[in-house]
Design a binder for this molecule. Structure first.
Ligand SMILES: *[C@@H]1O[C@H](CO)[C@@H](O)[C@H](O)[C@H]1NC(C)=O
Ligand SMILES: *[C@@H]1O[C@H](CO)[C@@H](O)[C@H](O)[C@H]1NC(C)=O
Ligand SMILES: *[C@@H]1O[C@H](CO)[C@@H](O)[C@H](O)[C@H]1NC(C)=O
Length: 320
């Protein structure tokens, strides 16, 4: 209790210092700058002080989660996901906390995601990467407790109900996020090269550059199988309005391409070279949620034996 009070005090102090430093009164943007992945502004504290982030602490349908293949529920009603691919154009940003691509699209060029577990059409708005400075950790979701070196998120908002991502976040069924695990492979991933080659120039927080003609179709794994559950954003304010779709197969990028991602630095002027160790939120409790899948395990297991490693069971049994 005592420690908690002290931590809480330091916490408020950090907030105040931030406010004083930036010379403005309390505003959302101060907190936007404040949160991080380590220490006193790390995930355990996100929802403690700022009321806008209360779901990070009190929410009971939070993401990411650990997916246990043995507890997946096969749902024959789940359709194949429909993605209307277009050439993706956007701004690649080193936010200091993740690597993001803010999609720029107009009219008929919107990349739409529908069907699968979704009742509405969702429009791609942002791509984000989560990773760490070692290969053993990095992904946000886990399979049987195991992490992948990185995870890509395609964030899309419900364009049937909302005008933009900001209003979708405040509503129901606001977002759909496709999660793709990233593994290390032998070869250079050509589709990812467009991103990794630019990252070498985006060393510090806030640096950005335009990306043209990202071939998302080639970047995604060739699979029709996924796992799905209802959860939240994995960054503040952790809004519980996300339908997660986690593909059962990872994509592979070369080791040097993974290293190219590791450009998140503390960003403070007096300490510009302090690299962030990880930008993944720890897994959150499932709290009786069901993770559904369109993989018919029963049918398949008659043909294939369970392999030693569950993490590969989900990912490799269905390789064509
Ligand atoms: C996707 O494209 C097909 C044509 O290829 C079109 O009929 C369909 O309406 C599109 N769906 C969405 C959600 O944009
Ligand atoms: C996506 O949906 C919008 C309507 O919301 C439509 O104008 C656009 O053509 C669709 N994009 C594709 C690639 O089908
Ligand atoms: C988002 O849409 C709402 C209306 O639904 C509008 O008031 C708001 O200005 C829009 N925000 C942005 C950033 O375009």
């Amino acid at each position: 209790m005592r420690n908690y009070i002290i931590a809480y005090g330091v916490y408020i102090l950090t907030g105040l210092i931030l406010i004083l430093q930036t010379g403005i009164c309390y505003s959302k943007s101060v907190w936007d700058i404040w949160w991080n992945y380590e220490g006193i502004s790390g995930p355990q504290y996100w929802g403690v002080v700022n009321t806008d982030y209360v779901m990070c602490k009190k929410g009971r349908q939070q993401s990411p989660i650990n997916i246990e293949p043995s507890r997946l529920l096969y749902d024959p009603n789940l359709k194949h996901l429909k993605i209307n691919f277009t050439d993706v154009k956007g701004v690649l940003i080193n936010t200091g906390r993740d690597i993001s691509i803010e999609i720029q699209s107009t009219g008929y060029n919107h990349l739409n995601i529908s069907l699968g577990p979704l009742s509405y059409t969702y429009r791609l708005e942002e791509i984000k990467f989560h990773f760490a400075n070692k290969d053993q950790i990095g992904s946000e979701h886990r399979i049987n407790g195991k992490s992948f070196p990185a995870e890509m998120h395609l964030l899309a908002f419900n364009s049937d109900l909302y005008q933009n991502g900001t209003s979708a976040l405040k509503g129901v069924k606001g977002l759909a996020v496709i999660a793709v695990f990233i593994e290390i492979g032998k070869d250079i991933n050509k589709a990812f090269h467009l991103i990794s080659k630019e990252l070498k120039r985006l060393r510090y927080r806030g640096e950005r550059t335009m990306i043209h003609h990202l071939e998302l179709e080639k970047l995604l794994p060739k699979t029709e199988h996924y796992m799905t559950y209802e959860g939240s954003l994995t960054q503040p304010g952790c809004q519980e309005t996300v339908t997660w779709i986690v593909f059962n197969k990872p994509i592979k990028i070369a080791k040097e391409q993974l290293s190219a991602l590791r450009v998140l630095y503390d960003g403070r002027e007096n300490n510009p070279d302090l690299a962030e160790e990880i930008n993944s939120r720890p897994v959150m409790p499932l709290n009786h949620r069901v993770v559904r899948t369109n993989i018919n395990f029963r049918k398949r297991t008659r043909l294939c034996t369970m392999e030693k490693d569950m993490h590969y069971q989900v990912n490799s049994i269905y390789k064509k």
